[in-house]
Design a protein around this ligand. Structure first.
Ligand SMILES: *Cc1c(COP(=O)(O)O)cnc(C)c1O
Length: 477
């Protein structure tokens, strides 16, 4: 079993091998010390509906964690029930709707969402029965204030809320954020802050400070719960005092929310409670000063990457002082005309260096969004930047005709061990360049297990990977 698991692990690029610079995803260190409590039977063997008098320890942990998250957000109350950021969005929007209904404003059903928003924002708004109206962004990536005022005025009578991500998914601290909140409040709307980018705020500012009414946090981003395999997650919501009566609750546990709440959004009263000790341990071990320092280093690291890459790749959006927040978007759209290179080719080529690709084509098609997080050392940031710069030189070599336009290491990436060691090698560049593009790559070579998958073919053609029916018949016979 152990060997099987190890074999699976070897096929993967995970955080125990190299940084995963996925923008908006905050792939930070999941410290072993934080992970150990998940295996303790006192946590792992507890049934979600165990009687309250048998779960007082867990309840203490839940209460303390809730208080800390209140302090982090500046809000008056927290619900740990939502199992994902997206579920937090849905829960927070329901809180807004319940509040407005309680105040005779049930007709408010318009939700403004900037065009840069994460796809879960409009999906959650639609699920909560809201009509989505998109607000455009200006050429600096900020919300277009004129368009915001126009849309807010146009829908003032029916304006339920604005969903805003701060810092934005463009990787910039939107300077007008407080003015934006005032514009919405002046028209009777509420402000939902998507807190997935909280890693740039903790200890430095807060959703309450900027004037929002409710936010979700991704404990599986900012607060160290591992993610990327599809869950489980924790997407708690934090709310201002006026929304406290409208948090989710649970019919089987009185202490899971206010009696006036709208009911559960998850099956279990405290959601994915088993993984809460991870975030608890992180916050407890870091302390308030440590959390603030993490935010500072996360922002510093992103700016370091942006500064090292800027001579080679355009950095798409920056604030007025030329700085980014905790992530940066680099523009790869020009390489198509220059060398026939797509952003996918760069993402695949990074595998030959042993790196997971950054977020691709979100929130802007043809770009890469890089979020290093505070977990990475300068040496690791330099390794990543060196790989990116080497790839940029390869693109220049293609443009200059030094590498073939069709048969080059970018178009053929990633290169598998079987391909590189085959008796026949027909490419117009060397095997060394294919597999060991920089000296340090050989020291801990990651061998991609498969070559490139044809994404578009896969999206358009249903391919059944299960065994044919005869196999079951044979097994039964
Ligand atoms: C990750 C993310 C979400 C959704 O969180 P999930 O836990 O994946 O549902 C929402 N908004 C932003 C900006 C995100 O990065």
């Amino acid at each position: 079993m152990l060997r099987y698991l190890k074999r699976l692990e070897d096929k993967d690029v995970a955080l125990n091998r190299s940084m995963i610079p996925l923008g908006s995803c905050t792939m930070k260190l999941n410290a072993t010390a934080e992970m150990i409590p998940v295996t303790l039977p006192g946590f792992s063997d507890l049934h979600p509906f165990a009687p309250a008098d048998q779960t007082t320890g867990f309840k203490t942990l839940i209460d303390r964690l809730s208080q800390w998250l209140q302090a982090v957000t500046g809000f008056a109350g927290v619900s740990l029930q939502p199992n994902a950021g997206s579920q937090g969005e849905y829960s927070g929007l329901l809180a807004i709707r319940a509040y407005q209904e309680a105040n005779g404003q049930a007709h408010r059903d318009v939700c403004l969402i900037p065009s840069s928003a994460h796809g879960t924002n409009p999906a959650s708004a639609a699920s909560a029965g809201l009509r989505v109206v998109v607000v455009t962004c200006d050429h600096d990536g900020n919300i277009d204030l004129a368009d915001l005022v126009a849309k807010a005025d146009q829908h003032a009578d029916r304006l339920a809320c604005l969903m805003i991500t701060y810092p934005s998914t463009h990787g910039v601290f939107e300077e007008q954020v407080m003015e934006i909140c005032r514009i919405i409040h002046a028209r009777g709307g509420q402000v939902y802050m998507d807190g997935a980018n909280m890693n740039a705020q903790v200890g430095l500012t807060s959703p309450a400070r900027i004037g929002a009414d409710v936010c979700h946090l991704n404990l599986h981003k900012t607060f160290c719960i591992p993610h990327g395999g599809g869950g489980p997650g924790v997407g708690p919501i934090a709310v201002a005092a006026h929304l406290l009566p409208h948090l989710p609750n649970h019919p089987l546990r009185d202490d899971a929310g206010p009696a006036t709440g709208y009911g559960p959004v998850a099956a279990a009263p405290f959601g994915s409670a088993l993984i809460l000790p991870i975030s608890y341990a992180y916050i407890r071990m870091m302390g308030a000063d440590g959390l603030m320092r993490a935010s500072e280093v996360a922002i510093l690291n992103a700016n370091y990457v942006a500064a090292r890459l800027r001579p080679h790749y355009p950095v798409l959006y920056t604030g007025v002082h030329g700085m980014v927040a905790h992530e940066c978007i680099i523009d790869c759209r020009g390489f198509m005309a220059e060398a026939g290179v797509k952003v996918d080719d760069i993402a695949k080529r990074l595998q030959d260096f042993g790196f997971h690709a950054p977020t691709m084509s979100f929130p802007v098609a043809g770009t890469l969004m890089i979020e290093p997080t505070e977990s990475e050392s300068q040496a690791e940031l330099d390794r990543f930047c060196d790989a990116m710069i080497t790839i940029r030189h390869e693109i220049a070599d293609i443009a200059a005709g030094r590498l073939d336009r069709a048969d080059n290491p970018l178009k053929n990436a990633p290169h598998t061990a079987r391909e590189v060691t085959a008796d026949v090698w027909t490419h117009a560049y060397s095997r060394q360049l294919a597999a060991f593009p920089l000296p340090w790559v050989a020291a801990a070579k990651y061998w991609p297990p498969v070559k490139r998958v044809d994404d578009i073919y896969g999206d358009r053609n249903l391919v059944c990977t299960c065994a044919p029916l005869e196999a079951y018949a044979r097994a039964a016979g």
